[in-house]
Write a protein that binds this ligand. Structure first.
Ligand SMILES: Cc1ncc(COP(=O)(O)O)c(C=O)c1O
Length: 381
């Protein structure tokens, strides 16, 4: 790929573009047949469990919390190394986010620490599969069973990831996926929730569209204050084109990630960069993230600027949620988030998307070598 190398880029083929054009010509643009078709395909991938679409994973997570009955006075345990949406939805339903520290090796919630955060107010756990690496579902569900908690999985980044050979969403309680354009498959914007039964799915349909139930005689009733979060058939047509290619996309991501490992493992200049877990069976490789050692982390802004000057995007995913203003004001208990803070201050995402080639990986690593050399020279290391 020549020119500026972005962090990610959706791969939309001509066939998908043609089906979107068909929808535009059809006269039916809002939620309809295409959404039903995509829900059916998603359900098939989730072992037949009910799946419903919405216009974002944020909406899916929030509705999931509402269906689980989470509200004011309740606590939801999650991790702070995540996109702020995870914590925002907990606040939106009136509950309190409780952050458990991460394991620095996996960068995911440390499930050994879950029990210590459970109080009589805990209602749910929201595990986050950062970069597409699955949180230990055995431990999460063992804890949920023991303490009678609901689990709303924030699998926004992990479409196509597995836990012990089982696709995420095909088991467990509720699972939310995102179809934002930077995800492994997209609908432009969009998301979905996998649920346990048709009763939950019916509640979901109400929450996503004004709380309304329609009757065959053309009338309707409204029995809860639902919002407006339904997906369009235009978006679903994109999703139908994407989901056919999801497994191939993820396979290509895995192969490219292996090339990053080859390049980054064998050169002294890369010492001081922690690589992601070498997990090539279960993860969908949504992101390839390095963690800079503290002596280099202080130079992260210069590294990012240096890479940009060489036409390569890098990113910070994520600033720790508890260090954002809204959450600071809540006076949450955060003193224990040692690994979350250390990893968050050193994390750096490199470009990774299926349209990249091995030559692009080499280009990123060469640029990184050059910029790291400059930074290390400045740092006197
Ligand atoms: C971990 C995580 N949770 C939730 C979301 C929200 O997804 P959406 O943008 O579809 O609302 C995202 C999206 O980036 C995410 O990465």
């Amino acid at each position: 790929m020549t020119g500026f190398l972005p962090l990610t880029r959706p791969g939309i083929d001509e066939e998908t573009i043609a089906t979107v054009a068909d929808v535009l010509r059809s006269g039916w643009l809002t939620t309809g047949q295409k959404c039903s078709e995509l829900e059916a395909v998603l359900s098939e991938r989730a072992a037949g469990r009910p799946v419903r679409l919405v216009n974002s994973a944020t909406a899916a997570l929030e509705i999931g919390l509402r269906i689980a009955g989470v509200g004011p006075g309740d606590e939801v345990i999650t991790s702070a190394l995540t996109w702020v949406a995870t914590a925002n939805v907990i606040v939106q339903v009136g509950a309190k986010p409780v952050f458990v520290d991460i394991n620095p090796a996996t960068r995911l919630m440390d499930t050994n620490l879950l029990e210590a955060h459970i109080t009589p107010r805990t209602r749910a756990i929201m595990p986050v599969d950062l970069a597409g690496f699955p949180v230990d579902r055995d431990r999460v569900y063992a804890m949920a069973k023991r303490f009678k908690l609901r689990v709303i999985e924030d699998a926004a980044q992990s479409q196509g990831s597995c836990w012990k050979g089982r696709p995420l969403g095909s088991f467990g309680d509720m699972t939310a996926f995102s179809f934002h354009p930077n995800k492994n498959m997209t609908t432009g914007e969009g998301g979905c929730l996998v649920m346990n039964n048709e009763d939950e799915a019916r509640q979901f349909e109400k929450y996503r569209l004004q709380g309304v139930t329609r009757f065959p005689d053309g009338t309707y009733d409204c029995d809860l204050p639902g919002g407006k979060a339904n997906l369009t058939d235009i978006a679903a047509a994109i999703g139908l084109g994407q989901i056919k290619r999801l497994d191939a996309f993820n396979q290509k991501r895995r192969e490219l990630a292996k090339h990053y490992f080859e390049q980054l493992q064998n050169d002294a200049v890369f010492q001081g960069l922690a690589l992601p877990p070498s997990e090539f069976e279960q993860a969908n490789w949504h992101m390839f993230q390095l963690v800079l050692a503290p002596r280099l982390a202080v130079y992260r802004p210069q590294l990012i600027a240096g890479m940009k000057a060489l036409d390569i995007a890098t990113g910070v995913h994520y600033p720790a949620v508890h260090q954002l203003q809204l959450f600071k004001r809540m006076n949450l208990s955060v003193a224990h988030l040692i690994h979350t803070e250390a990893v968050s201050s050193g994390i750096l995402t490199l470009p990774l998307f299926p349209e990249m080639e091995v030559a692009d990986i080499l280009r990123v690593c060469d640029a990184l070598k050059q910029v790291l050399g400059q930074v290390q020279h400045k740092a006197g290391v």
